[in-house]
Design a protein. Structure first.
Length: 313
């Protein structure tokens, strides 16, 4: 009995302590923390050109092309070059038999000398008749005939001089010269061949490939925009800010020397609806060859780097 009454007395402080503890937990307030300040990034905006890239097909072509053709008839006596070599402007490539043309020159020279002698005779006669006509020693008709003979002799001298010049030109044509500096292709005639001026026999072709052209094919709509860019000054075709071109070869490697934009054609191809844009590249080592097929070419234009072109396989 005594022990049963003592149990509630001992458990009461524990209950009160638990209540106090719970009360403290519910009544205590934790101060709110302020959220961190947001981080703000600052970006400075600068005006700059945005490049535009376009894929275009292209083809290389020689800077200069000269066909060496016969300008007189005759037998080829000698060839003075190695096929595929570099030749200079004015270098002799072929020697055509000059004997017939040397004979014509000699004949023209003799005719001119004869005309000179006749002119001297008629001039003296005309001067004498002038004095005699003044003294009424000869008729006026005789004097007029003497003057006419003098003028005809002078005309014969002029004709003879022209014949000499023609013969000299034809004799010079017996030496077939290279009109330009460049690389010569295979010979179309051999020693002993007969060439004719009337048919303009093709003897060889010389091509200058340093520098060399790269012709790009562009849609007419894009070509119109390109011409507008040139007109407004965004693209420059000359001067220090001339449009530059970078070239990639058929195997995908980059050509080491940059080129420059030359012009855009104004004629639209009726079959393809395209125009030609031409660029020119230095070619000191003859890496680029004329008339080679080119894969698509990329172009990028801006005000700082007006044109960038890529040729890839």
């Amino acid at each position: 009995m005594k022990s049963q009454r003592a149990r509630p007395a001992r458990s009461l402080p524990a209950a009160i302590l638990l209540a106090v503890t719970l009360g403290a937990c519910t009544s205590a307030k934790t101060p709110d923390r302020a959220p961190p300040a947001p981080q703000v990034s600052v970006v400075t905006v600068h005006r700059a050109s945005v490049p535009v890239t376009t894929e275009l097909p292209g083809r290389t072509s020689a800077y200069l092309v000269a066909q060496v053709r016969a300008r007189v008839d005759g037998i080829v006596l000698k060839r003075d070059f190695n096929e595929g070599s570099e030749v200079r402007a004015g270098q002799r490539l072929y020697q055509i038999d000059p004997a017939p043309y040397q004979a014509l020159l000699n004949s023209a020279t003799a005719s001119e000398q004869k005309a000179q002698a006749n002119l001297a005779s008629t001039t003296s006669q005309a001067e004498r008749y002038k004095v005699l006509a003044a003294a009424n020693a000869v008729s006026q008709q005789d004097y007029d005939n003497a003057v006419s003979s003098q003028e005809q002799a002078a005309a014969d001298v002029a004709t003879g001089q022209a014949s000499i010049r023609t013969a000299q030109i034809n004799l010079g044509y017996t030496s077939a010269l290279s009109p330009i500096t460049g690389r010569i292709g295979p010979s179309q005639v051999t020693q002993g061949a007969y060439v004719q001026a009337s048919t303009a026999t093709l003897m060889a072709t010389v091509q200058q490939i340093d520098p060399i052209y790269v012709d790009l094919t562009q849609a007419s709509v894009e070509g119109l925009q390109l011409r507008r860019d040139v007109a407004t000054g965004r693209l420059k075709l000359n001067g220090p800010n001339q449009a530059k071109v970078t070239l990639f070869l058929e195997d995908g490697t980059q050509y080491p020397i940059p080129g420059s934009l030359q012009f855009t054609d104004i004629t639209v191809d009726q079959g393809t609806g395209s125009v030609t844009v031409r660029a020119v590249f230095p070619n000191p080592r003859s890496v680029l060859l004329p008339e080679c097929s080119c894969a698509p070419v990329s172009k990028r234009a801006s005000t700082t780097t007006p044109l960038w072109c890529r040729k890839s396989a």
